[in-house]
Design a protein around this ligand. Structure first.
Ligand code: MCN
Ligand code: CUM
Length: 769
């Protein structure tokens, strides 16, 4: 008879285990960067530019130096003597650490003061006298390429204009031919505005250089500690083994804590110069005006359609505003992230995307924000475009999607831009969503309400997200290939520690990685501790963003557990005095095939690894696995929102939101639901947050992931926005309004309803009459 453990009871795969990290968080016992105080620690503050574009004529720091308690005033000129005035970005550009020649965005770092406390440092910043000569300012791509536009990056030798790149992907000729066959061509232009990830905790670092040991320890808010270690080694030319990056608890990242910021660099240099720990904690204003933003993309697309509803081809152009430095965090190969994952949900034969990136006098970033390298923009555009096309053809929204979806049996499917999606049941997800929202009934109710002057709307959005970069053949950042690793140490009493190079920021890795170990080894999850974030102890990893942790680091946890199991099997054979081939595994236990009652538990094997190993066997039960995924994982989701718009004020309320997410096998269903709700809510308060109805009945296991899981961390933030916008647009159907750019503030909606016209959010001004 089987004596296998009950997987749910031990907290394995599928268990809605409460998050173990919350034990400390809800008690206020988290350990964030700002909670750390080191002996002799000094404090750093940054002086930021009040101007968006100006030449620096002079910087006078003498008054700052005179303030008691000030230890160091850093300027770009001083940084330059150490070759640190500029640093490389993640997209092969350069970024000013402290400005020397010009300031290029409002909020740019101009000088730093290191003092006994942050207040003295702040006062001293205000005592610094900077003489600026204002220059014309550019705030959007149109201005950037206009005749006579000032060249923002005149620091770069061969830069004669404000264009960063012109990039294209897809089949231009084929797309052109398909458009010639079209019965109808549908067009949509929109702006996905700049957004800021806005984590509750701002960025910060404590650099601690110890002259006696030559060791540099940096506590910092980073989603990717190993990448930072490599960057510090390469940029500051310090030996990598003498650098230790510790990412303590993180109070939300959302992409904001991927880039390298000047504050980190300055605190490191200051600590080296002063030989004392230097703490820098950014304030909210600093975080909002200077750290990695997202989106800021202008999209113009056309869809070639056959009268019967078949999508024949798509043509897209994207103008993206990257701010003053091209510092996007994205795989090297792709200039505009994974924007070309657009239209992956649909079976479209051919497509062509052209993209132009330009500089502006805005903060750099392009980190994306809860989205795998610009897939939010891709999916938003996909779903807005699909809605517009269905309207143009007079075909029902849901039906139009269904008839163009990639069919279940067509996987793996090559998208028109060349990705290979792995699996899914798109139509089934849509059916579940339509049933849950009560589609037919709502349409009737909507028509009835219209007669009484009430505006109801229903918006559908789907998303197919490329999650889990690498594989290493195609994905790298600055040449560093994208894979991950996990280390598992099983102690003699059968308790274990698992470490990965990912870094949780609230996603619950401390809970879910233990569940994977439980699933593979039958060790109860509560007996497995998870540790991440310290480069001296964690194995190498590319960090946590683009929902790559489960697809890559999580897979590595499964793979290292399997290595441990393979060794435990040898130990079991030894203990049971049979040959390895006669040993069978069931959860938590090895047994003799011919005599199932004779068995040993995984814990007994662990003890044997330290006390009774067979002759010639290396002792211990520890291992590391590197995992280079064969492909990205491709979760799918359908989000359907219903709204009511008040025609008098433009205020709109969400009546209901139904989410159907298929992220493959769910490790922890409760955490997955938390991730979905968070993604659908993003920044608004509870007051604006509707009740969500989440569905988990569609599960398409990822065919190439060891436990069948796909990523989920960003799906709802990727697919959610179009559901809300499509619902408002649906409520306005018949008015001739085709687009309102986000944010859908009441005044914009009111303007659209009242004047029956599109409302564009294009800065700097929009005509109000
Ligand atoms: N999970 C699961 N089953 C699956 C997939 C995931 O149980 N099939 C669990 C995972 O084990 C993990 C969580 O769900 O505990 C999210 O997993 P995953 O999709 O792999 O995403 P990451 O862990 O890589 O998280 C990154 C993602 C990103 S890129 C952003 S941005 C974002 C997000 O997570 N930032 C967040 N969610 C966030 N949630 C919080 N609380 N804070 C942030 O900063
Ligand atoms: Cu794109 S925001 Mo997340 O990938 O850290």
């Amino acid at each position: 008879m089987s004596q296998a453990l009950d997987e749910i009871k031990i907290g394995g795969l599928g268990a809605s285990r409460k998050r173990v990290e919350d034990n400390r968080f809800i008690r206020g016992k988290g350990n964030y960067t700002d909670d750390i105080t080191l002996p002799g620690m000094l404090h750093m503050e940054i002086l930021r530019s009040p101007m968006a574009h100006a030449r620096i004529k002079s910087i006078d720091t003498s008054k700052a130096w005179d303030i008691p308690g000030v230890h160091l005033v850093l300027t770009g000129e001083m940084m330059a003597t150490r070759n640190l005035a500029w640093m490389p970005t993640l997209s092969y550009d350069t970024q000013a650490v402290l400005a020397t020649d010009k300031v290029r965005f409002q909020g740019q770092e101009v000088a730093c003061v290191i003092a006994d406390d942050p207040y003295i440092a702040k006062d001293a910043c205000e005592a610094i006298d900077v003489d600026y000569e204002p220059l014309p300012v550019i705030v959007n791509p149109e201005q950037a390429v206009a005749e006579g536009a000032p060249v923002i990056r005149d620091d770069k030798e061969n830069q004669r204009d404000n264009v960063i790149f012109d990039w294209e992907v897809g089949d231009g000729g084929g797309t052109h031919r398909a458009f010639e066959q079209a019965d109808v061509i549908s067009r949509l232009k929109l702006h996905y505005p700049r957004s800021h990830p806005s984590p509750i905790e701002c960025c910060g670092s404590i650099a601690d250089f110890n002259r006696a040991t030559s060791k540099l320890t940096v506590y910092m808010t980073t989603q990717a500690p190993h990448i930072i270690r490599a960057a510090v080694a390469l940029v500051a030319e310090l030996p990598e083994h003498m650098i230790r990056i510790i990412s303590p608890d993180i109070g939300g990242g959302f992409g904001n804590k991927v880039p390298v910021y000047p504050g980190y660099v300055c605190s490191i240099l200051a600590s080296i110069l002063l030989e004392r720990p230097v703490k820098w904690i950014e304030d909210k204003t600093g975080n909002l005006i200077s750290t990695g933003f997202a989106r800021d993309i202008y999209l113009d697309g056309q869809m070639a359609l056959r009268q019967d509803g078949k999508i024949l081809a798509v043509r897209m152009h994207c103008d993206s505003d990257h701010g003053a430095f091209f510092s996007d965090a994205q795989p090297s190969k792709f200039k505009i992230g994974l924007l070309h994952s657009a239209f992956a949900s649909y079976d479209i034969p051919v497509a062509h995307l052209t993209a132009r990136g330009t500089y502006s006098n805005k903060a750099p970033g392009g980190v994306a924000y809860r989205c795998s390298f610009r897939v939010t923009e891709a999916m938003f555009f996909q779903e807005r475009m699909v809605q517009a096309a269905a309207d143009d053809l007079g075909i029902d929204q849901a039906e139009f999607r269904r008839m163009n979806f990639v069919r279940d049996e067509a996987f793996p499917h090559r998208t028109p831009f060349g990705f290979l999606t792995d699996s899914g049941q798109y139509a089934k997800c849509l059916d579940v969503g339509l049933k849950a929202i009560g589609y037919e009934d709502f349409r009737r109710e909507q028509a009835e309400a219209r007669k009484r002057g009430r505006l109801l709307g229903l918006g559908i959005s789907t998303m197919t997200e490329p999650l889990g970069a690498g594989n290493s053949r195609e994905y790298d950042i600055l040449g560093i290939k994208m894979f991950d690793s996990a280390e598992l140490k099983v102690h003699m009493t059968g308790k274990a520690i698992v470490r990965t190079g990912a870094r949780t920021q609230g996603q619950g890795h401390e809970t879910t990685w233990a569940q994977i170990v439980s699933h593979e080894l039958g060790i109860p999850a509560e007996d497995v501790v998870v540790e991440e974030g310290d480069t001296d102890t964690a194995p190498f990893g590319m960090g946590t963003y683009a929902s790559r942790s489960t697809p890559v680091a999580g897979a590595a946890v499964a793979m290292v557990s399997r290595k441990i199991r393979a060794k435990a099997r040898k130990l079991a054979a030894h203990l049971l005095e049979v040959s390895e081939e006669d040993v069978e595994w069931e959860l938590g236990r090895f047994y003799v095939r011919s005599a199932p009652d004779r068995g040993v538990t995984i814990q007994e094997c662990a003890m044997a690894a330290y006390s009774n190993m067979p002759d010639g066997m290396e002792p211990g039960l520890e291992n590391t696995a590197f995992y280079d995924p064969p492909n990205l994982t491709w979760p799918f989701a359908v989000y359907i929102a219903t709204v009511e718009v008040d025609p008098e004020t433009g205020v709109w309320d969400v009546l209901k939101l139904v989410a159907v997410d298929d992220c493959g096998v769910r490790i922890n269903p409760m955490i997955v639901e938390g991730q979905i709700m968070g993604g659908l809510t993003v920044l608004p308060s509870a007051w604006e947050t509707p009740g969500f109805e989440l569905h988990s009945e569609v599960v398409t296991p990822c065919p190439h992931h060891p436990i069948g899981a796909k990523g989920i961390g960003e799906c709802a933030a990727v697919g959610g926005p179009a559901a809300y916008v499509n619902a408002v647009m649906d409520a306005l159907s018949g008015t001739g309004v085709r687009n309102i750019d986000m944010p859908l503030l009441p005044d914009r909606v009111w303007e659209a309803i009242t004047y029956r016209r599109d409302v564009s959010g294009v800065p700097p001004v929009r005509s109000d009459d």
